[in-house]
Design a protein around this ligand. Structure first.
Ligand code: UN1
Length: 498
């Protein structure tokens, strides 16, 4: 029998109020049931919020370095259990072991960053305009943080959000994606073992329409952090706007890799293969557009197709596999639909574009890596986020046109340029409309101590990663201490007298 997983509320492993469950199956082999999970609703969210409320005072009063130590311990446990986490993650969401190990490592890095931040979490001190007065800032928790995370980075992204939320003294209600609840479950076990007090972090499994919605509407939740599609992100902002909750949104991308004729071609090919087909294209940072100078287009494309043909598609648990399955059937159909759209728009499908059902892949949601050439900047496959292994190739005359085409989308997460010309590299950094620009590297590969996020419809101005993530979960308090012993009036006593 498949394992029956539970919610984690108030430090107890409990079933959903409804008593119902949902299945979690391996996308590489739908006959493999990873487990069943509680199908929760607003009643369970209410319990989770109660528990987060009850524990808030003690948790936020704990000295911050102590909270940091607990989170550092969570990092140590993740190191010990890294392989186990990676195996579970590959089973439930399909990406290859090399990548699920990387995903776990990103969680470990984030834990150790939180450990360090525990002895820093700097405010500022600055001179006062008046004598005998000291001014500075401190960070205070917001209260209860609602965390809604996606399935493509089942460990890394929850840690990006939950470690900073906890370190800054918030308590947490966490709704993981329904495609990856087993990794979320492991994360809870780890936090519990590390010594996060019972009730401080609460896990509620279930559909976004019930659990997510209840988190957004709960008046006691002070901040919501979400990663997912721009469509849902904008709905979240709308609902949270009604109660003036703070909302941090990390949303879609349509990330370009530009290749100039002076680039190191082999390097650029390695980059686009990894950027477009790594994680089966299911990253918000995935390379979904290749913008290439026309003089090298034909040669580059034939080299790229040769390499794409060699990518081994299969179960991610096999160390030889390069590209795992699509997360689920609905997502696979959405991608296939985009492939039809591309064909109908007049783009040329030069490789892939179909389901892959060879051997062990007959029971999974596999697609071949897909490459379209003759894509025009205004086609839907050049502008909309597909979230799969589909690369749209756009030919351009020169650098200026490349930048113009790159910016011709409503998203702006990641971007990349391959060139040996310093001028192009510097101008790309200056002019590409994106939160992240890589030079001679693919659009994926963000490190946890740097700001992560994008411009335009990719988000609402927040950045995860590094110290910036800590600002999302904090209120800034400004402190004025006047030890002059008399009433001093800012702006008035200091006015320059003519
Ligand atoms: C995401 O795709 O949602 O830079 C996150 C990267 C990873 C994080 C991706 N470190 O691709």
């Amino acid at each position: 029998m498949a394992k029956e997983y539970k919610n984690f509320i108030g430090g107890e492993w409990v079933d959903a109020a409804s008593g119902e469950r949902f299945e979690n199956r391996n996308p590489a082999d739908w006959e493999e049931l990873v487990g069943t999970f509680p199908k929760s609703d607003e009643r369970d969210v209410l319990k989770a919020v109660e528990s987060a409320k009850k524990t808030l005072k003690d948790w936020s009063n704990m000295p911050i370095p102590k909270r940091g130590e607990i989170l550092g311990r969570a990092g140590d446990i993740m190191v010990e259990r890294k392989e186990e986490i990676a195996q579970v993650m590959t089973r439930e969401m399909g990406k290859i072991l090399k990548e699920t190990r990387g995903d776990t490592q990103e969680g470990i890095d984030t834990a150790y960053y939180a450990f360090g931040e525990g002895r820093r979490l700097f405010g500022i001190t600055t001179p006062s305009e008046l004598p005998n007065k000291t001014i500075y800032t401190i960070l205070k928790p917001i209260g209860i943080a609602g965390i809604i995370s996606p399935w493509n980075f089942p460990m890394a992204i929850p840690t990006w959000k939950i470690f900073p939320a906890l370190l800054t003294g918030n308590t947490v209600v966490f709704k993981p994606a329904s495609d990856t609840p087993a990794t979320a479950n492991l994360f809870m076990e780890i936090l519990d073992k590390a010594g996060v007090p019972k009730g401080v972090v609460n896990l509620v499994n279930g559909p976004g329409s019930k659990v997510g919605e209840a988190i957004l509407k709960n008046p006691d939740v002070g901040v919501v952090s979400f990663t997912g599609s721009s469509l849902i992100g904008s709905r979240i902002a709308e609902v949270c706007g009604k109660t003036l909750k703070r909302v941090s949104l990390e949303l879609g991308g349509k990330n370009p890799q530009i290749v100039m004729e002076d680039a190191d071609m082999d390097l650029a090919i390695e980059g686009v293969l990894w950027g477009a087909f790594g994680t089966t294209g299911q990253r918000c940072t995935a390379t979904s557009r290749l913008i290439i100078q026309e003089s090298i287009h034909d040669k580059f494309m034939s080299m790229l197709v040769e390499r794409a043909k060699k990518l081994k598609i299969g179960n991610g648990l096999n160390e030889e596999t390069d590209m795992g399955p699509i997360i689920n059937e609905a997502q696979m159909n959405k991608i296939l639909n985009y492939i039809d759209i591309g064909k109908n728009e007049g783009a040329t499908l030069i490789y892939g574009g179909e389901r892959y059902t060879e051997g062990e892949c007959s029971k999974g949601w596999f697609l071949t890596p897909t490459i379209f050439t003759d894509v025009k900047p205004d086609m839907r496959i050049a502008k909309e986020e597909i979230f799969g292994p589909v690369l749209s190739v756009i030919k351009v005359k020169d650098f200026d046109e490349a930048v113009k085409v790159a910016n011709n989308v409503k998203y702006g997460l990641s971007s990349s340029i391959y060139t040996r010309n310093l001028l192009y590299a510097m101008k790309a950094i200056e002019n590409l409309e994106a939160g992240i620009t890589y030079i001679n590297a693919p659009t994926i590969g963000a490190e946890c101590h740097l700001p992560f996020g994008g411009v335009k419809n990719t988000g609402n101005g927040h950045r995860e990663g590094g110290k910036w993530a800590y600002e999302i979960f904090s209120e800034i308090k400004t402190v004025y201490i006047d030890y002059s012993g008399k009433l001093q009036k800012a702006q008035i006593d200091t006015a320059v007298v003519k």
